[in-house]
Design a protein around this ligand. Structure first.
Ligand code: SF4
Length: 207
């Protein structure tokens, strides 16, 4: 394999907490097109990471039989486009038995569509009420396109392992949370929506 055709890997982790009732091998891809307040993976999102080799990933895929799922996360995996597609194909080729999920902020529906035949689900983050552009942009600190999110959700909601996630950021009101829940009910085709507690991130540079 030519590693130039694949995204760089910023981390690998076996985890029992990232998808309900499953143990996953998490693959962290670097860089992100959002700049969210309180990002838990801010170093990876900004491209501060030590690269993990594809030999290590292949070793995990060949030897890690604790996991029943692979989660490609980040960062924002969809910014890697065709390279993400190549990674999803590689995982399915090596371990057909594993459920494959891709995490996304929903900003690149064309890539969600591109990889959708190779994955079993997406975790789409809904970071604020999608029809409140100002609040969404306050959270992600960049431009927000609700049509792109809706298009991503349309594709993702068709897959069996798709979930939606929201962090209960302190700046979201109860009415914001209700709007988000109603939004997922309307567009999410009955897929689960998890509202996770807020855990403060103190960035290293601020210490
Ligand atoms: S989309 Fe995710 S990885 Fe990107 S900045 Fe926001 S929280 Fe961090």
């Amino acid at each position: 394999m030519n590693s130039l055709n694949f995204p760089k890997i910023a981390g690998l982790l076996t985890s029992g907490i990232d998808h309900p009732n499953h143990v996953s091998l998490n693959i962290y891809l670097p860089y992100c097109n959002f700049n969210c307040r309180q990002c838990h993976n801010y170093k990876i999102a900004r491209g501060e990471f030590e690269e993990v080799s594809y030999e290590q990933l292949l070793w995990e895929l060949e030897n890690n039989f604790i996991v029943d799922m692979v989660i490609i996360t980040g960062g924002e995996p969809t910014i890697h486009g065709e390279k993400l597609l190549n990674l999803t194909k590689l995982i399915k080729e090596k371990r057909k038995d594993l459920i494959l999920r891709v995490d996304s902020n929903g900003s690149k529906p064309e890539v969600v569509k591109l990889v959708s035949s190779y994955v079993d689900g997406f975790a789409i983050d809904i970071k604020a009420p999608p029809f409140k552009k100002e609040k969404y942009e306050f959270t992600i600190r960049t431009n927000f396109n609700v049509d792109a999110l809706l298009e991503s959700i349309k594709v993702a909601a068709e897959l069996p392992y798709t979930i939606f996630r929201t962090v209960k950021y302190p700046w979201l009101t109860e009415s914001d949370l209700k709007e988000i829940k109603d939004f997922v009910k309307t567009y999410g085709k009955g897929k689960p929506h998890y509202v996770n507690p807020f855990v403060e991130v103190v960035e290293e540079s601020e210490n």
